[in-house]
Design a protein around this ligand. Structure first.
Ligand code: FRU
Length: 425
């Protein structure tokens, strides 16, 4: 198997590397890059459903958009089963942890609306049962297209396979709320190719998901980010000098880190509607560092390209580690070259080590607000007792300055204010 740099040698751009040396700089519990403690007394959005990945309605330039004064978010959602015998433990009590851990297999796309950018009201399922071609409806991005309220929802159709798809519908408002209509015809866009992006046949633990379309503010073209793994049979990847980076003496041993092969993928649209896409080589690779760079997204600020992606402690490679949270990289243009890890290490907002699973799936919005969901929060000193979330976390404010970021504020649970309002015609 060729190393990263050999492999993408003749392609239009070289992927930037998140190296092992960069990751060695990760410092958990640095207050400037650590999410404030989430209290175990958090409110839940719904007793009926769990929610996790949250996808605010936005325009193609990334602005969080309300419609006739209504904010709209999409969430990955699954029913809670407090009374289902399948989820009772030996003592007949509801095993919420098992129910929560099983949620990915029954994830569906729901929407919520609000007048205040918080206190979300449940709208319902986006697509009727049977519309989506696979069992799981995984993360993506809803894009408001125009003043007619048309929305393209890009998402991932999973099991069987993993396909980036889109479905078009429309947002309709009244004085009393919001409904979504249409969303009846799902169009498959592309799947992993096995040449640039790893396929299921190459690795049963492959990742290929989480589309995030955008218009490049400099060249004006339509692109899409997504999560992938670098192509090749599992175990065949090479963690060479470039992937290791400039490590201190004694840190050259890469262990089994060849199994961690995350990348941030990119595709370019051949048409203006975003129906026809061509995959390009990854923007960023983390071979030898981490196996998942999920829900990648950009913030365009000060003429720079801030790339954010979420990752976990458990997906780090041998010899490197970091908290669950959001990581970031900055470059002067879309294709770099050489996106630089923010704060030296890449870590932008991680969970505190005393509550390592308190939040996940952070989305950094262009106004510096970061939304995420509550996973689990310890309820005792030892951390053995936990309370499962499945609801919105307090929003955090960060300031992005050059190659650094700083935590500067905390807001209410699930606070996602609009950046602009569109009046429907
Ligand atoms: C992030 C994530 C996404 C995926 C979804 C599945 O929390 O792993 O990458 O689309 O959750 O539930």
């Amino acid at each position: 198997m060729k190393s990263n740099t050999e492999k993408f040698g003749k392609t239009p751009h070289q992927p930037s590397l998140w190296t092992r040396a960069d990751a060695l700089k990760v410092r958990a519990d640095d207050p400037t890059t650590t999410q404030p403690l989430v209290s175990a007394n958090f409110p839940v959005l719904s007793d009926e459903v769990f929610i996790w990945d949250t996808m605010p309605l936005r325009d193609i330039d990334g602005n969080i958009t309300s419609v006739d004064g209504w904010s709209v978010i999409f969430t990955l959602t699954a029913d809670r089963h407090p009374n289902d015998p399948q989820y009772l433990d030996q003592n007949g009590n509801y095993d919420i942890t098992r129910d929560w851990n099983d949620r990915h297999g029954r994830a569906k796309m729901y929407y919520w609306f609000s007048r205040t950018g918080k206190d979300w009201e449940l709208g319902g399922r986006v697509m009727a049962e049977g519309v989506s071609p696979t069992v799981r409806e995984w993360a993506g991005t809803p894009i408001l297209l125009n003043e007619q309220g048309e929305v393209d929802l890009y998402y991932t159709a999973v099991t069987p396979g993993a396909t980036i798809v889109k479905v078009r519908g429309r947002v309709v408002t009244t004085e009393h709320g919001v409904s979504l209509v249409g969303f009846e015809k799902v169009k498959p866009l592309f799947e992993a190719d096995g040449k640039m992006y790893q396929t299921e046949a190459q690795n049963a633990f492959w990742g290929f998901r989480d589309p995030w379309p955008f218009r490049d503010p400099k060249d004006g073209k339509l692109y899409m980010l997504f999560e992938g793994n670098v192509a090749g049979e599992r175990g065949s990847h090479k963690v060479g000098e470039a992937e290791v980076g400039d490590v201190p003496p004694g840190y050259e041993d890469v262990g089994n880190s060849r199994f961690q092969t995350a990348c941030v993928g990119i595709a370019v649209a051949r048409d203006e509607d975003g129906d026809d896409w061509e995959m390009l080589p990854p923007l960023l690779t983390a071979v030898g560092v981490n196996d998942q760079t999920e829900r990648p997204h950009f913030v365009f600020q000060d003429g720079k390209y801030y790339l954010f992606t979420i990752s976990h402690t458990f997906t780090y490679a041998d010899g490197v580690t970091g908290p669950d949270g959001v990581y970031g990289f900055v470059a002067d243009s879309l294709f770099g070259p050489h996106a630089v890890p923010l704060n030296g290490s890449g870590l932008v907002l991680g969970n505190p080590s005393s509550q390592p699973f308190q939040t996940y799936s952070h989305c950094v919005m262009p106004n510096g607000l970061v939304t995420s969901f509550i996973d689990s929060v310890p309820t005792d000193e030892t951390g053995t007792q936990i309370r499962i979330g499945g609801t919105e976390a307090p929003t955090v404010g960060i300031k992005i300055k050059g190659q650094q970021t700083f935590v500067v504020a905390e807001y209410d649970y699930g606070y996602i204010p609009p950046m602009l309002d569109v009046t429907l015609k």
